[in-house]
Design a protein around this ligand. Structure first.
Ligand SMILES: Nc1nc2c(ncn2[C@@H]2O[C@H](COP(=O)(O)OP(=O)(O)OP(=O)(O)O)[C@@H](O)[C@H]2O)c(=O)[nH]1
Length: 367
């Protein structure tokens, strides 16, 4: 059948102007990613859920398997990528391949991307995040990291020869939702210790404990963690976390891994965006700042809720490695105290230095 004939048969199930959320599911082999995918599919009858199983690190594989669930039935599609691996291709053949498939087959309600053998979800998350800015049909909804409760402690201890971060630490640092799975295989004490260790790396993200990846889907899907352009309320998932669900800033002051941790700064007042841009660019792009021991401060993930001098709305700022972006959300209430919160997840963080730089961006300091 030709492409044109195929286009005539687009199923009219999902509105054409609807943007399609994509969730990245990362985690070590055997952590329960496939079990989670199957669980989601079993609970989403009647929805068109596309599942992309991406075998990263396999060199020059050019086709990626995709299963599409439609009204309970599953069928297999192949994503044709001209330029090799989904994570390595430029803007994105990967995104284009998914969009082309939707042009031919109709839109999906949701896309789930399982990364197998991929150490670092950052680059692929950045691709989908950037592409939304470029008016893509797809937007990044969130990154879920599956943790194998039994094996994770050992994975966290792994030392890399080049002193780079081990995979488990990186995946935990970058995730929006951390699912500790296989809790039936560990004791309560072991689970508590693991939770503490994970919280020391990333104390911002939601942590969920499961067996057989059985999780309340409302907690992991439609997070809107990277933008608010798809929310009818003008609210963003991240703003919701800061303002309503709440988070416990810097619960843990001592870090076992001594390199990766979460640091939260909160300041009343309004921020000068030009000054903040300067600070973020020095921090993220130039890697200009060092901790008190002379080690470079490296940011893996940054999230913030800001009050800018320029207007009366809340602004969300966030970064994945060097890439950062702002979006505007809801207005501040007239009686609400204007304040700014920045959460840094990274290596060699130094409160004094980051606080000094952040304070320099406040309006009173700019005059
Ligand atoms: N005991 C126990 N086994 C589990 C649990 N969750 C998943 N499993 C089993 O663990 C094995 C690996 O689970 P998968 O879902 O395939 O893990 P994965 O992350 O997709 O791993 P790969 O398929 O190797 O990429 C399967 O045999 C599952 O049935 C759990 O909570 N407890």
């Amino acid at each position: 059948m030709s492409d044109e004939e195929d286009v005539d048969q687009i199923p009219d199930l999902v509105p054409a102007n609807k943007k399609v959320p994509i969730t990245i599911i990362t985690g070590f082999l055997g952590s329960g990613k496939t079990t989670l995918l199957n669980y989601i599919l079993s609970k989403q009858h009647g929805k068109r859920i596309a599942v992309i199983m991406n075998e990263f690190g396999e060199g020059d594989s050019i086709e990626k398997s995709m299963s599409v669930g439609s009204a309970g039935e599953l069928f297999e599609e192949w994503l044709e990528l001209k330029n090799g691996c989904l994570c390595c291709s430029v803007k994105d053949n990967g995104v284009k391949a998914i969009e082309n498939l939707m042009t031919k087959k109709g839109k999906f309600d949701y896309i789930l991307l399982e990364t197998t053998g991929l150490a670092d979800p950052g680059p692929i998350a950045s691709i989908f995040w950037i592409d939304e800015e470029l008016c893509s049909d797809i937007y990044l909804d969130g990154i879920i990291t599956m943790i194998d409760a039994k094996n994770c402690p050992q994975q966290l201890q792994e030392k890399k020869k080049d002193s780079s971060l081990n995979e488990a630490t990186r995946q935990i640092a970058l995730s929006d939702i951390i699912v500790i799975n296989k809790t039936d295989l560990v004791s309560k004490i072991e689970l508590k210790q693991l939770t503490t260790d994970i919280r020391q790396i990333n104390s911002f993200s939601q942590l969920i404990e499961t067996t057989h990846s059985r999780v309340d889907l409302d907690m992991i899907l439609d997070l809107n963690a990277y933008s608010n352009s798809n929310s009818s309320s003008g609210n963003s998932g991240l703003e919701d976390v800061f303002r309503h669900r709440g988070f416990r800033p810097d619960e843990h002051q001592h870090v076992i891994d001594q390199t990766v941790s979460t640091l939260t700064l909160e300041k009343p007042g309004c921020i000068d965006k030009v000054l903040l841009d300067g600070f973020l660019q020095d921090l993220l792009w130039e890697k200009k700042f060092k901790n008190s021991e002379g080690q470079t401060i490296e940011i893996l993930r940054l999230k913030g809720l800001l009050s800018l001098t320029s207007d009366d709305n809340h602004h969300v700022v966030q970064a994945v490695y060097e890439l950062y972006d702002y979006h505007t959300t809801t207005p501040w209430d007239v009686n609400e105290e204007r304040r700014n919160t920045l959460v840094f997840i990274g290596r060699n963080l130094d409160r004094e230095i980051l606080e000094h730089q952040f304070t320099q961006c406040l309006q009173s300091n700019s005059s």
